[in-house]
Design a protein around this ligand. Structure first.
Ligand SMILES: [Zn+2]
Length: 266
């Protein structure tokens, strides 16, 4: 069979571990360039900073099955590498570029995928869609539910945190410093609703940074909210922040997406 136009496979992924990026994590120094990476010290010639990503785990099974060389991953947004994606997962389209077969048993591919990778990534059954679906996913706006682990400087202000439960806050958010260089520096109005607060126990002498969390919060946030910056305040760029609301500086040390709330339906 000759090479065909791209095939578009839609699904949702759940990412059960931290440290796994959604797409190939190219080295920021050499950008993965075949020529520049050979002498790159940052990535030791690998061109990327992690062995795996959701994109690569899928590509290693889908591309050989379709006898295609290239695949593209189109996510409905993305979470940071250290953030788990739980609940019903995040919608995406995997584009198989130039498939040379069309008789692939996708359920068998997924069965093998889950046998080998199911402990860290789970994928819904694929549905074949058209290219137009990629733009729909990219443009859709959706609220998100997060679970935050928050470490405070000093004692956990538990009664103050509990007083926030059920309350909703309009937040004026300037573009975080860490992304302002590529997103433009603007102030946007976002909304954060606090759903639940729990106190966690942590052993301060024997805890990694991620385990240092001493309060856990569930929150709903409007599309585009920078939730880590809402916790810290990002040096006054996020107002009011969680830190400002309770009067104690806090930082987000652990983050899960619990659900993408009003995702782009199909
Ligand atoms: Zn490099």
């Amino acid at each position: 069979m000759p090479e065909s136009p791209s095939l578009y496979l839609e699904s949702r992924y759940r990412k059960l571990v931290r440290g796994l990026p959604q797409t190939i994590f190219f080295c920021p120094v050499c950008k993965g360039s075949r020529h520049r990476r050979t002498k790159c010290e940052k990535c030791q010639g690998r061109g990327k900073l992690t062995d795996d990503s959701v994109q690569e785990l899928l590509g290693r099974r889908l591309l050989p099955a379709y006898r295609a060389r290239t695949g593209k991953f189109h996510g409905a947004g993305r979470e940071d590498i250290d953030v788990r994606m739980l609940g019903r997962g995040r919608p995406f389209v995997f584009e198989v570029v130039g498939p040379r077969r069309d008789d692939v048993d996708l359920s068998a591919v997924l069965e093998r995928f889950h046998a080998e990778e199911g402990h860290r990534v789970q994928i819904d059954p694929f549905v074949v869609v058209t290219r137009a679906r990629v733009a729909e996913l990219k443009e859709a706006q959706y609220d998100k539910r997060y679970r935050l682990g928050v470490a405070f400087e000093g004692e956990v202000p538990l009664p103050l945190l509990q007083g926030l439960v059920g309350r909703s806050f309009e937040v004026a958010q300037r573009t975080p410093q860490r992304v302002a260089h590529r997103r433009g520096d603007l102030v946007r109005d976002r909304r954060v609703t606090v759903l639940a607060v729990r106190a966690m126990t942590a052993d301060p002498g024997n805890a990694t940074e991620q385990e240092r969390a001493v309060a856990e919060l569930d929150v709903d946030t409007a599309h585009g909210t920078y939730v880590k910056e809402w916790v810290s305040g990002d040096e006054g760029r996020s107002l009011p922040s969680l830190s400002a609301l309770v009067g104690v500086a806090g930082s987000c040390v652990r983050l899960d997406v619990l659900e993408i709330l009003d995702g782009p339906g199909r």
